[in-house]
Design a protein around this ligand. Sequence first.
Ligand SMILES: *Cc1c(COP(=O)(O)O)cnc(C)c1O
Length: 396
Amino acid sequence: MLDKFLLFTPGPVNVAETLRLAISKEDICHREPDFDALLGSIEHKLISLFQIRNRARYRAVVITGSGTAANEAILSSVVGKGAILILSNGEFGGRLHKISLIHNKKTHLINMPWGTPFDLTQIATYLATHKIDVVAMAHHETCSGMLNPLAEIGALAKANGALFVVDGVSSVGAEGIDMEACNIAFVSSSSSKAIGSYPGLSFVVGRKKHFKRLKRHAAKTTYLNLATFYAFLKDHSQTPNTPAVPLFFALEQALIDILREGVTKRFARIKARADLLRDGMRRLNLDFLIEEADMCSILTTVRMPPSMSVRDLRDRLREKSIIIYEGKGCFAGKVFQVGNIGELSDYDIRFFLAALKDVLLTLQADAADLVAPVRPMGANLLMPPSSDRMQVKVVV
Ligand SMILES: *Cc1c(COP(=O)(O)O)cnc(C)c1O
């Protein structure tokens, strides 16, 4: 065992030493100017993570709560009495739908099988034939690793007079998001994924004109009402309720570190790390769930070779201080997921690949023992690509 776990997950992540220091800064009162300045600094830096030419048109509110809090704030605050269309092709799209059903009577759903790209013609037809006020989608569908098309869906929403809201929890901080070109009204994200900080904070970046209009809607929640967050932000750079101040210090530090490196450089570095991982896993004859061109740069979803179990792989890697994710839902037992965000060095990536090879060889040998008691010398990794593409039913 190493003296720490290496988190090869899509979040939580291994945080930088700078953040460990930042979280233990002095105690401040959140109703004092110190906090106004802290939140102001965070807001300014959060907006820099996005491609935005007219910065003055955008604001960012920070919520004490994980990524789901920001998603629920958007879904409960933006729709009013109108109709919302949720686009889902995985677990997180499904969660948006579940949240919306609680808050919005007129919740529509286009539901694709997990890991399947959206059909733009189908969405265009749906929008043309239904009165939809808001379209919501997860940018990076973390359950499959698929990046969904922001520009295309944003254009369809705009053409039909609908607001476009995006769950960016697992992509912001690693992928370019052009708020203006993609017509995004609001995007959510959290502190503990690609931004690389501790879990516990989330945020919503949005067009000021859309934030201003939120107060027209009757409130559906108290704690997560975006109109209230905006009112406190606009006038005092404050939050409505007691914020988790130490987490704000850590988030500010994470953003300082990102901007010091440069956003574009950082995105490229995360992508290069994913490439290193993917090359190494391909060399182990592993097969990926989706095309590399469709993947987000933070995560790789890998098909489990036949006759080995994801649970065994996970347990054996854990013994080597490596944490990976198991597939969920219809992917359970069939795939595992390897993230590449947080404080992971190229050395850590190579360590992971060596450990993975080791564990796969052991599991393969164990499986071979079940059928043939004598193993050939110098057993090598030889896994035919699995032919049983996971079939799931289309429910629209
Ligand atoms: C992780 C994740 C969430 C949920 O975030 P929590 O921090 O667990 O609340 C929402 N959406 C996506 C796309 C995610 O990856």
